[in-house]
Ligand binder design. Sequence first.
Ligand code: KGT
Length: 261
Amino acid sequence: MAHNLAQCQVLVKKAVAAGAKALFLPEAADYIGSSGAETVSLARSVEQSEFVQGLRKEAKEARLPINVGIHEPAQGGSKVKNTLIWINENGDIAQRYQKIHLFDVEIKDGPVLKESASVEKGMDILEPFETPVGRVGLAICFDLRFPEISLALKRQNAQLITYPSAFTVPTGRAHWEILLRARAVETQSYIIAAAQAGSHNDKRLSYGHSMIVNPWGEIVAKLGGDFSEPEIATADIDLDIVARVRRDMPLLRRTDVYPEV
Ligand SMILES: O=C(O)CNC(=O)[C@H](CS)NC(=O)CCC(=O)C(=O)O
């Protein structure tokens, strides 16, 4: 966790140097455990987490809002929450989202993961909130495969939607870009997808390819999948483009035919 904090501090420096108004870090940026038991044993409350406290300090010193995926202990102690927090420019934790969809897969000759064994599922979509870069809606990684969340966030006037992730390599290769661009086109929003890249331990490898997609579905910034040091992708967020795309092509829902989400 100390190492991950140091990596994130490199990213804060790079974001400040680039003149960024906000920094979006990946899912589970505090650590990736090599087993469910390890993931649970490492979880700390935000007050007790050196990782979170360290980032709060960075945010405050740089006056830079930071969105970051972390683990928190769930009630009872046998599971964790896969949480995404918004640390504002004063260093305060202003928003919190708990991952709704948990990644349970058994892919032939590919990853076998059962997130629900160690993670408690979230029960709520968080209402989008105002930030210096626009109105942000939060979702995490596997949530990307469920357009209902992004549509609900759009209905509540999100202008940017985040998908901090640690995608597996085979599923990332097959689906990452197409899903992110689809969510951008459907919601006519900016999609910010900060991704973990490379090897975590013997068992886990992440796809990387962080991306920022504009409301027309164009990739406006993109990173690779292999790094010697942490990298940032930057893009101008132009809320006039959000307004224009929505005005030029209104996507009026037929909630008389299908349910509203
Ligand atoms: O394990 C942790 O501590 C952090 N959580 C994750 O990395 C999660 C659960 S294993 N990863 C995903 O949801 C990948 C989804 C994915 O790869 C896909 O949808 O294809």
